[in-house]
Design a protein around this ligand. Structure first.
Ligand SMILES: *Cc1c(COP(=O)(O)O)cnc(C)c1O
Length: 844
């Protein structure tokens, strides 16, 4: 970095021509430059004598925020005046990624800002990289919430997101010789320029305490400890529209009266800050470990904190918009409010709404129940039994005594309803209950069941997943509520996931379609089909891909020190590390490929398709097998990449710290991506959509949204392998009966790992988990052994297809052309019409 310098009395290290002036809403590059300079000098975050990338980033972000605030205010006032029905999206996770490029891109002033920064001697891309990812989520579910916000804003829908303002988001992953190491990610270390604190938006949140019965028989929850929820708004601008909606994140606070000055002066420093430290714990981290009781309690507190603060805010707004009315007509509530639960994490919104309506507003049970069930809808994201939330009844009763009463009453009334209307339901009855006391020592609450019973609509996130919900997980309910269940296949926002992350390809698409309207009407991509064979398009397509691969290769060298060949096939699998996602199948395939390459003569090798296999993703800190997989990928890479005989034909690289920003570099440079979960286990997947949209071919199973992607882009453009969902149960039974006959290639690959070829770490326990018949480990529950031979065959088809450049390019173009359906704009339009019943409300 250059040393700070004084230029003609101008203390800032950038051209003196630009005066520091506040032009908050200008779209003129000279004025934008002046506004950026204004922030660098008058926003008191740094000393004013430097304009190095970090200061430049904050000053630039603040100049963008000026226009976002204006738009946010206009949007709020417009919604307030029109008072349309509004959707509130409740999610424990948002995986927002960086904001700067996305915000100025959506405001359609990318060029203006690039120009303005140029005038200041800076570079937009370089400055954008200074931003820390807001990683307030884990993976697909959180990223979906963020894509949905972008689409809701772009479609001018009256909708808001609610979440928690975690101090530390998802951990940063460091890779050492021992594998993954977790480091706290302090995204607020300095501050976030994108959030606006609302000191006037504060709600009390109670925990513990007890229920008092009043003279009139009504009930009140009193006592316990009371914290405060303070609102922070992150403005979410729509693309090429004035509408700018809100992601409202709650922070937990204790009040100043909760600080016991007397105790503090007495020297009892810790107890004087008791509630302050409790408040800090609530928003400290996303997913605190919950293997111990105190961790469980903390997670439940987080869930209630989000649910209660959001509902109090929603109700406050509902009443505010009716201020001056004689009395509030609560039946209007479901005509003004739709609440969407992103999985079961915010389920406590259900008893909390019931509690407020009955205990605070004085409604009777039936009226409150009618309003609640007409307001709430639930999205299911998983059928994995271990991921279905179950809370111990005693923990719930202690933390939220009134809510426990309400849940028990919901369960009781539901039972009575079933008994009277469906007396012959038999054993289904126990399975459908919310209270599960089958283990008398540890009775639990089934949160998914509470959601199904209390919501007007339940949806899955891809066609196959929604079918499985109806035929398996929620089959019992389908007979009594056949119309409650819907499908809403996920989507991704085309703004972040192609337009901004892949400007080269976007420009080509715009040129050939002769319009950029595809960015908001993704179905127009199908217009590329007619040019799939066109030599000129193919040449442009290939050159964009090569430029993106070069950039990716440079990135890989930077973060891993491994040099990869941009002319090799770039084969990528990035997602959370989980046994059901089967990174182990990928690495086993890589090991097999390595072994075969070693066995070839050097002439034979020259006919092989050179490949670079990249695998990335975070493993949950306490998930042992997932962490072993991370280590194995690194160990295999260390041997393969340093083997001079084969490393021209194969490299294996672990990409550290996978997050949204890393995805934005990987996806444009990918040629093949792996979505290879055991059929029936991946609800949808969304990175499959991001990759296909960017012209990357997919090798995958018939699982989640793969099924629909394959239909849309054409079965001949998809490398399919593996068991079908409907066969999985039978295959698992056969294996238990000892009938599984492993393919010799599978045995060979496992044996190679067991032989110690990849270092001294004992991979025995990991490989044991793949043994086909019971007796070892988990008995290959995820069917890696069954699918291995067809996977290897599919990879051989990939190698062949890649040798035919024109065929590959055609398939790549057809992938992009077939992705129209996978825009989150389409998904959100369907939610708006078919679940929320809301209409657009466009800011004039
Ligand atoms: C899209 C995305 C995911 C979801 O990936 P899947 O392969 O669908 O599980 C996870 N993490 C990040 C950072 C993403 O961008």
């Amino acid at each position: 970095m250059a040393a700070p310098s004084e230029v003609n009395g101008d203390p800032i290290h950038c051209p003196a021509k630009v005066p520091a002036m506040a032009y908050p809403l200008s779209e003129e590059s000279a004025e934008v430059a002046a506004n950026i300079k204004y922030h660098s000098q008058y926003s008191p975050h740094f000393s004013p004598f430097k304009f190095e990338p970090e200061q430049a980033y904050y000053a630039t972000a603040e100049s963008v925020r000026d226009s976002l605030i204006k738009r946010w205010n206009d949007t709020y006032l417009c919604f307030h005046k029109v008072d349309p029905k509004q959707t509130y999206y409740l999610s424990m996770e948002y995986l927002q990624g960086r904001m700067l490029t996305n915000a100025i891109g959506n405001l359609n002033i990318l060029d203006v800002y690039a120009d303005a920064l140029h005038k200041l001697g800076s570079d937009l891309e370089n400055i954008a990289e200074q931003e820390k990812d807001a990683a307030l989520g884990n993976g697909g579910l959180g990223r979906l919430a963020s894509c949905f916000l972008d689409s809701m804003a772009t479609l001018n829908l009256p909708a808001w997101g609610y979440g928690l303002r975690y101090r530390y988001g998802l951990f940063r992953q460091r890779i050492t010789r021992e594998g993954q190491e977790e480091v706290a990610e302090d995204w607020l270390e300095k501050f976030s320029p994108w959030e606006i604190v609302r000191h006037d938006v504060v709600f009390p949140i109670r925990f513990f305490g007890h229920v008092e019965i009043c003279k009139d028989g009504s009930r009140k929850w009193v006592g316990g400890e009371v914290l405060r929820a303070l609102a922070y708004d992150v403005p979410i601008p729509g693309y090429k529209t004035k509408n700018t909606i809100s992601l409202r994140l709650w922070e937990a606070k204790a009040g100043s009266e909760d600080f016991n000055l007397f105790q503090f002066n007495e020297g009892r420093h810790e107890s004087s800050l008791h509630l302050h430290s409790k408040a800090q714990q609530i928003c400290a981290v996303l997913y605190p470990g919950d293997s111990i009781e105190s961790g469980k309690l903390l997670r439940l507190k987080q869930q209630f904190f989000l649910s209660s603060a959001s509902l109090q805010d929603i109700i406050y707004r509902f009443k505010e918009r009716r201020a001056g009315n004689e009395s509030i007509c609560w039946n209007e509530f479901p005509m003004k409010v739709a609440v969407q639960l992103n999985d079961t994490h915010p389920t406590l919104a259900i008893p909390e709404l019931m509690r407020i309506l009955m205990d605070d507003e004085g409604l009777g049970w039936d009226e409150a129940w009618d309003i609640t069930t007409k307001t709430i809808a639930y999205t299911n994201h998983t059928v994995l039994p271990e991921a279905l939330e179950k809370w111990p009844q005693d923990v719930m009763r202690k933390l939220l005594p009134r809510h426990m009463e309400i849940i028990e009453e919901i369960d009781k009334r539901f039972m009575a309803f079933i008994h009277s209307s469906w007396p012959d339901l038999g054993s289904g009855l126990e399975r459908m209950r919310i209270l599960d006391s089958s283990n008398p020592h540890k009775p639990v609450l089934r949160m998914a069941n509470l959601c199904v019973v209390s919501s007007h609509t339940v949806n899955g996130v891809a066609e196959l997943h929604s079918e499985i919900l109806k035929s398996e997980l929620f089959a019992d309910y389908v007979s009594i509520w056949p119309n409650k269940f819907q499908n809403k296949t996920n989507g991704v926002t085309p703004r972040r996931w192609i337009r901004f992350c892949n400007p080269r390809l976007s420009d080509i698409v715009t040129k050939w379609l002769k319009t950029d309207e595809w960015i908001t009407n993704l179905d127009l991509l199908s217009g590329l089909r007619q040019f799939a064979d066109n030599k000129d398009l193919q040449a442009e397509w290939a050159s964009a891909k090569m430029a993106n691969k070069n950039r990716l290769a440079h990135f890989v060298l930077q973060v891993t020190g491994v040099s990869i060949d941009p002319s090799s096939l770039f084969d990528i699998q990035v997602k959370r590390i989980h046994e059901y996602k089967r990174q182990l199948l990928n690495i086993l395939g890589a090991v097999f490929r390595y072994k075969k390459l070693k066995e070839m003569s050097s002439e034979e090798r020259q006919t092989a398709t050179p490949r670079t296999i990249m695998i990335g993703g975070k493993a949950f800190a306490t998930y042992t097998n997932a962490k072993r997989i991370v280590r194995l990928v690194n160990d295999v890479g260390a041997i393969v990449n340093n083997d001079p005989e084969v490393n021209k034909y194969l490299k294996v690289v672990f990409i550290p710290n996978y997050n949204v920003s890393v995805a934005e570099i990987l996806i444009p440079g990918s040629e093949l991506s792996q979505h290879i979960s055991t059929a029936g286990m991946e609800a949808s997947g969304t990175s499959n959509m991001k990759f296909a949209l960017n012209g990357c071919l997919i090798i995958g199973t018939l699982d989640g949204a793969n099924v629909e992607i394959r239909e849309e882009i054409g079965v001949e453009n998809f490398f399919l392998f593996g068991a079908k969902a409907e066969d999985v149960a039978k295959l698992r039974r056969e294996r238990e009966d000892g009938l599984f006959k492993p393919d010799p290639r599978f045995e060979e690959a496992k044996q190679f790992i067991r032989s110690g070829a990849f270092g001294t770490y004992d991979y025995g326990p990991l490989v044991d988990s793949l043994e086909g018949n019971s007796g070892y480990g988990r008995g290959d529950y995820f069917l890696v052994g069954h699918d291995f031979p067809s996977y290897v065959d599919a990879q051989a088809r990939v190698d062949e297809a890649y040798k035919d450049r024109r065929r590959w390019l055609k398939m790549s173009i057809l992938s992009t052309a077939g992705c129209g359906k996978f825009s989150s704009d389409r998904t959100i339009s369907q939610y708006a019409k078919e679940i929320w019943n809301i209409d657009h409300c466009t800011v004039p």
